[in-house]
Design a binder for this molecule. Structure first.
Ligand code: S3P
Length: 175
């Protein structure tokens, strides 16, 4: 079985995904780390040297391969990875997709300077710029995120409780 965690930058797909995998005894994979490993370049370097379009091609290729993995795995996907036609449908056929839904304010609060600087699309932004960016892009991306089988609305849910709620989903699909 595979769990695919989707959602905007900063919602904690990798953070919570790693903890979920440990607690479930499953493997953990992150599309960004997989792309970096294969390219031998960091995400900022890929954007800088080859452009976003090439990054998206690598991302699509990587997702297709990860979706075919047979062992129990939690996969954290990059924030833009599912924002094209057909990807959510493909992932829904390959495992359980979960959207970690958070408000723009919470997303901004979760991404510190270091976190912004390692993400080319938001590098160097202050809180106000990042909030405007998220408020504009999130509704566009939610068209895709909302295709997830399970939407975990994190509004009012403390970080400490999120892995527990995800675990409950894993237990439910095991039954
Ligand atoms: C991106 C999100 C990043 C990474 C890249 C582009 C995006 O992943 O794939 O910087 O377009 O939202 P995270 O969502 O893990 O930050």
């Amino acid at each position: 079985m595979k769990i695919f965690l989707v959602g905007f930058m900063g919602c904690g797909k990798s953070h919570f995904g790693k903890r979920l995998a440990i607690q479930s005894g499953w493997d953990f994979l992150d599309t960004d780390r997989e792309i970096e490993r294969r390219a031998g370049l960091s995400i900022p370097e890929i954007f800088e040297r080859h452009g976003e379009q090439r990054f998206r091609e690598l991302e699509r290729q990587t997702i297709g391969e990860l979706a075919a993995i047979k062992r129990d795995t939690v996969v954290a996907l990059g924030g833009g990875a599912v924002c094209c036609e057909g990807t959510m449908e493909m992932l829904n056929g390959a495992g359980l997709t979960v959207y970690l839904k958070m408000s723009p304010e919470r997303l901004v609060a979760r991404i510190d300077k270091k976190g912004r600087d390692k993400r080319p699309k938001i590098k160097g932004m202050d809180d106000g710029q990042l909030l405007s960016f998220v408020e504009k892009l999130l509704p566009e991306r939610e068209k895709y995120y909302n295709k997830a089988t399970f939407v975990l609305d994190c509004e009012g849910v403390a970080d400490e409780r999120i892995v527990g709620l995800l675990l409950r989903q894993v237990e439910a699909i095991k039954c």
